[in-house]
Design a protein around this ligand. Sequence first.
Ligand code: ATP
Ligand code: MG
Length: 198
Amino acid sequence: MLSGSPKPIGLFGGTFNPPHRGHLLAAREALRRCRLDRVIFVPAGDPPHKPAGALAPARDRWRMVQLAVRNLRRCSVSPVELQRRGPSFTVDTVRAMQRRFPRRELEFIVGADTVSEIPTWHRWRDLVRAVRFIVVARPGYRLKPLRGAAARFDLVHVRGLRLSSTDLRARLRRGRAVGRALAPGVHAYIRREGLYQA
Ligand code: ATP
Ligand code: MG
């Protein structure tokens, strides 16, 4: 980055079903260590032609991320994947953000478990040419290098939290305690809306 040029913007995609403290820690550490201007969370939209199943509606997930980041400096939520029809592809989200922030470098934040999935994403080679990746360590997952692409990675080694939305959904369904894993506003929202019930 040239001195004097604006700081990069971090994009943090995911289903956030629901958002938990592991996500918030990842965003905070990426912000701090990679000197980002801000982090924009991008919750994925509703998958087309699929019954909802364990995935809460996109609007609820978007609202929960808003509640989760409410008190976090330099963090916000974008509805871009909710507004788009059809499946939401990361490459399209990045293009949309490039149009919105033409002078900014964009960095895409992922947890270590997600790196090996990138080659399954739509037009992933275009994606890795367009952004740098910030990879946040995730306990229980080893980082596997991405082969066959000149992808650019920044690794952020944090002592991450052993939390996953899958585990939290299971706890909520069984009525078990979730401790401090969820922001209080998110937990209250889940209870009020009756999300993740059996
Ligand atoms: P699920 O169990 O439903 O897959 P999740 O906890 O993995 O949920 P996602 O919404 O799938 O959450 O993740 C969004 C992004 O956040 C992904 O890049 C994922 O790797 C990253 N991430 C999720 N939890 C953590 C964590 N505890 N530490 C670091 N990164 C995380
Ligand atoms: Mg996941």
